[in-house]
Design a protein around this ligand. Structure first.
Ligand code: 5GP
Length: 211
C-alpha cells in the first residue's frame, strides 16, 4: 500500500497557519489532522483532544522521556509537541496527515521525515505580518514584542522548505496547498517501487509461460 503524505504547514507566528489549516480541513475532510500536546492553558472554546491535548509540564516531560513525541519545541514559555505514534500509524494506513506547527519543530520533523512535504506560509508583506501579531489583542506588549522578534527569525528559515504559499486570502492559500498535495501524489517516486515490482512480476510470469 502507498504511504500517506506527511504534510507540515509552518511559517512565522501570526501568519495565519491555524486559520488556513482549519479552512483546509473543511475543504479536505479526508485529510487527517495531528492534534498536538501542549502545556499552554486552553483558550476559551478550546477542547482537550480536539484543539490540543492539554498537559501539565510534568506530563509533557514524561511524554518526551518515553519518546512519545515526534518533535517538540518551547514557544513563548510553553511546550508544544506532536504525538509520534498517531502520525506514523496514519501514514502507514495510506492516509495523508497535516501538522500545523511552528518552524523549529518543523525542522526537527524534516530530520526524521525528509520525505515529508514542507509548506511555509508567507504573509502578503512584512507590514501585514506585524499587523496580525499586534492586532490579535490577546497578549501583553512584552509578549507581542517577543512574538515579533521570533517572527523575524522564523522568516529566515524559509529556505529549508519545499513550498512557499502566500496567505493573501484564505481560500487562495488553501487552493495552492491543495494543488501541492495533488502534485505530491503524482510524484514519480511514489509509483516507482510498486510499478517496478509489478513489472518484474509480469516479466517473470511471461518468461514462465514461454518456457
Ligand atoms: P498557539 O498557542 O497560538 O495555539 O500556538 C503557538 C504556536 O505553536 C503556533 O505557531 C503553532 O503552529 C505551534 N504549534 C502548535 N502545535 C505544535 C506542535 O506540536 N509542535 C510545534 N513545534 N509547534 C506547535
Amino acid at each position: 500500500m502507498k504511504k500517506g503524505l506527511l504534510i507540515v504547514l509552518s511559517g512565522p507566528s501570526g501568519v495565519g497557519k491555524g486559520t488556513v489549516c482549519a479552512s483546509l480541513r473543511r475543504r479536505m475532510p479526508e485529510l487527517v489532522y495531528s492534534v498536538s500536546a501542549t502545556t499552554r492553558p486552553p483558550r476559551e472554546g478550546e477542547k482537550d483532544g480536539v484543539n490540543y491535548f492539554f498537559k501539565t509540564r510534568e506530563q509533557f516531560l514524561d511524554m518526551l522521556a518515553s519518546d512519545a513525541l515526534l518533535e517538540s519545541a518551547e514557544y513563548v514559555g510553553n511546550f508544544y509537541g506532536t504525538p509520534r505514534e498517531f502520525v506514523e500509524r496514519t501514514i502507514a494506513e495510506g492516509k495523508d496527515i497535516i501538522l500545523e506547527i511552528e518552524v523549529q519543530g518543523a525542522l526537527k520533523v524534516k530530520e526524521k521525515f525528509p520525505e515529508g512535504v514542507f509548506v511555509f506560509l508567507l504573509p502578503p508583506s512584512l507590514g501585514e505580518l506585524k499587523q496580525r501579531i499586534v492586532g490579535r489583542g490577546t497578549e501583553s506588549q512584552d509578549k507581542i514584542d517577543h512574538r515579533l522578534s521570533v517572527a523575524v527569525e522564523e522568516m529566515n528559515l524559509l529556505n529549508k522548505y519545499d513550498y512557499a504559499v502566500v496567505n493573501d486570502e484564505i481560500d487562495r492559500a488553501c487552493e495552492r496547498i491543495q494543488a501541492i498535495i495533488t502534485a505530491e501524489h503524482c510524484k514519480r517516486e511514489r509509483f516507482q517501487h510498486e510499478l517496478i515490482a509489478e513489472l518484474q512480476d509480469l516479466t517473470t510470469a511471461k518468461n514462465g509461460s514461454e518456457r
